[in-house]
Design a protein around this ligand. Structure first.
Ligand code: GLU
Length: 489
C-alpha cells in the first residue's frame, strides 16, 4: 500500500438516525487503520440534510462511538487544523467550489419537477434502460430559464457530464474499477436552497481535509465515480478508495430490524460489552489471516491491513456475537464486569446500593460464567438478594414430599448457623459435617437438596459451597424462617 502521504482517514456519519452496526464497523475499520499506520482519524458530521439531521442523533452517534472506544483525533469537541468538522459550517467552502464549477461551465440549473423526473425514470425502466437524468435542462437559454423562474419553479444545480472516457479507479479491496460515464447522467449537487448534496460536499471535504484513504461501505461504490469526476474537474487531489463488503443476515438478506437490533445503542442496552463488539465487528469483512477469533484491540491494531479485507458479504450472526460476549464476560477483569453489571442489576430491581462491594464481586464472580449478555445478570444473581427470595412451586412440592425430614434438617441447620455466627468455605464443610451428625436423615441427597431448596427457593443453581458463604448466616436464617412459614412447617 502506498503510504507516502500522511495517513488521514475519516468517518462521515449523517446525523439522520442512530449509529447502526454497519456504521460502527466502518468507524472501527477507519480507526484501526489509522492506529496501525500511526495516522489521524477524523470524524466529520455530514449534516447538510437540514430536515432530517437531528441533534439527538448526532449526540447519540458521538456517545456510541466513544462507548465503543473508537476515539477520533479531529472532529466535534476535539477540533483540529482542518475544521470546522460539521458540513453545515462549511457552506462558504462549497460555495467557492460551486463558483469554480460555474465558471468552468460544468454545472447548470435544472427546473424539472419531481413528477417530471419520476415520469422520465419510469419511461426508461419500461424500455429496459438504466434510469438517469436525460438532460432536459442542459441547454436552456436565459429566456427559457427566466420563464421557468417566473412560473415559480425552484431549481437544483446539476453537474454536467461531458466525459466520454471510462472513469477508472483502483479500489484497495475490490481492485481496478472502470465505469462508463454515460450511465451516470448529470447529477444534482445543490438543492434549491443552495445547500450542497452528499457527493459534492463529501468530495470537497475529503480533498480539503487531506483524507488519504476513504474507507466506507460498499453501498457507496456507485458514488465514487461521481466524486472522482467532481474532484478532477476541480483540480483536487483524490484520496485512495476502499469499499468494504456489505453486512448481511445469516439468511443472506439485508440486515434489518427483523433480525434483531441494528443500532449500536441497542446492543449496548442489551448488555454487550464494547470490547466484545469491537472484536466481533472487526471480523466482519476482515480477518487476521489465521484462526484467531478473540483479539484484543492491541492485536487488532497491530494486524489491521486492508490487504486482509474480504470482498464477499460479511454475515452478521448474533449467536456468534453472544458467544464472544460471553467469553469477554468470563475473561475480563472482574472489577470491570461488576462495574458494567451495576446498571443491569438496578434495572432488574435489585438494590445494590446497600451491598458491600466485596459481596457484589462474589456474586458476579459466581454467576458470570452463565452470562452471554449483561442483561441476564439480574436473573442469575437475584437468588442472592433477599428481597427477591421466593419459593418456586417445584421447590415447594419437593420440600413438602418429605415434610418431617425437611423440618428436622432446617431446624438443625438454623441452630448450627446461629452458633457459627459467620460462614466461609471451611465453615461450610464443618457445618455440613455437624449437620449430618445432628439429624436422623441419612439420605445425602435429601439432606443437601432440602438446604438448597429452602435457601434458594430453586431446584438448581450454583454450588451450595459458594451460595451459603455469599448469603451469610443472617440471610440463611431468614430464608429458613420464610420457607418454614410458607410451608406451614
Ligand atoms: N454521510 C455518508 C453516510 O453516512 C458518508 C458516506 C461516506 O463515507 O462517504 O453514509
Amino acid at each position: 500500500m502506498n503510504t507516502s502521504k500522511p495517513i488521514r482517514v475519516r468517518m462521515a456519519p449523517s446525523p439522520t438516525g442512530y449509529l447502526h452496526i454497519g456504521g460502527a464497523r466502518t468507524a472501527l475499520f477507519n480507526y484501526l487503520f489509522s492506529r496501525h499506520y500511526k495516522g489521524t482519524f477524523i470524524l466529520r458530521i455530514e449534516d447538510t440534510d437540514q430536515e432530517r439531521s437531528k441533534e439527538e442523533f448526532e449526540d447519540a452517534i458521538l456517545q456510541d462511538l466513544r462507548w465503543l472506544g473508537v476515539e477520533w483525533d479531529e472532529g466535534p469537541i476535539k477540533e483540529g487544523a482542518y475544521g470546522p468538522y460539521y458540513q453545515s459550517e462549511r457552506l462558504d467552502l462549497y460555495r467557492k467550489y460551486l463558483k469554480k464549477l460555474q465558471e468552468l461551465g460544468k454545472v447548470y440549473a435544472c427546473y424539472c419537477t419531481p413528477e417530471e423526473l419520476e415520469a422520465e425514470r419510469q419511461d426508461l425502466l419500461k424500455r429496459h434502460k438504466t434510469p438517469k437524468y436525460l438532460g432536459k435542462c442542459r441547454n436552456l437559454t436565459e429566456q427559457e430559464k427566466k420563464a421557468l423562474e417566473a412560473q415559480g419553479r425552484p431549481s437544483v444545480i446539476r453537474f454536467r457530464i461531458d466525459e466520454k472516457d471510462p472513469i477508472q479507479f483502483h479500489d484497495l479491496i475490490r481492485g481496478d474499477i472502470s465505469v462508463d460515464p454515460s450511465i451516470l447522467g448529470d447529477f444534482v449537487i445543490c438543492k434549491p436552497d443552495g445547500w450542497p448534496l452528499y457527493n459534492f460536499a463529501a468530495v470537497v471535504d475529503d480533498c480539503e481535509m487531506k483524507i488519504s484513504h476513504v474507507i466506507r461501505g460498499e453501498e457507496h461504490i456507485s458514488n465514487t465515480p461521481r466524486q472522482i469526476l467532481l474532484a478532477k474537474t476541480l483540480g483536487l487531489e483524490l484520496p485512495q478508495y476502499a469499499h468494504v463488503s456489505i453486512i448481511l443476515a445469516p439468511d443472506r438478506s439485508k440486515l434489518s430490524k427483523r433480525h434483531g437490533a441494528t443500532s449500536l445503542g441497542d446492543y449496548r442496552t442489551q448488555g454487550f460489552l464494547a470490547d466484545a463488539l469491537k472484536n466481533y465487528l472487526a471480523l466482519l469483512g476482515w480477518n487476521p489471516g489465521d484462526e484467531r477469533e478473540i483479539m484484543s484491540e492491541k492485536e487488532l491494531i497491530q494486524d489491521f491491513v486492508l490487504e486482509r479485507m474480504v470482498k464477499s458479504p460479511a454475515i452478521f450472526d448474533v449467536e456468534k456475537l453472544k458467544w464472544m460476549n460471553g467469553m469477554y464476560i468470563r475473561n475480563s477483569a472482574l472489577d470491570t464486569i461488576v462495574h458494567e453489571s451495576l446498571p443491569f442489576l438496578e434495572a432488574s430491581g435489585l438494590s445494590v446500593k446497600d451491598k458491600h462491594p466485596h459481596w457484589l464481586k462474589k456474586v458476579i464472580e459466581t454467576i458470570r460464567g452463565n452470562l452471554e449478555t449483561l442483561n441476564q445478570v439480574g436473573s442469575f444473581s437475584e437468588l442472592f438478594f433477599d428481597e427477591k427470595f421466593t419459593l418456586a412451586e417445584e421447590a415447594k412440592t419437593q420440600l413438602l414430599k418429605n415434610k418431617k425430614e425437611v423440618l428436622e434438617v432446617l431446624n438443625a441447620l438454623d441452630t448450627l448457623l446461629a452458633k457459627a455466627g459467620t460462614i466461609d468455605l471451611e465453615g461450610f464443610q464443618k457445618l455440613q459435617e455437624d449437620l449430618k451428625s445432628k439429624v436422623t436423615v441419612s439420605d445425602k441427597k435429601l439432606l443437601f437438596q432440602s438446604q438448597r431448596l429452602a435457601l434458594t427457593g430453586r431446584l438448581k443453581g450454583p454450588e451450595m459451597t459458594v451460595v451459603m458463604p455469599i448469603l451469610g448466616v443472617d440471610s440463611c436464617r431468614k430464608r429458613i424462617q420464610i420457607t418454614k412459614s410458607k410451608l406451614s412447617l
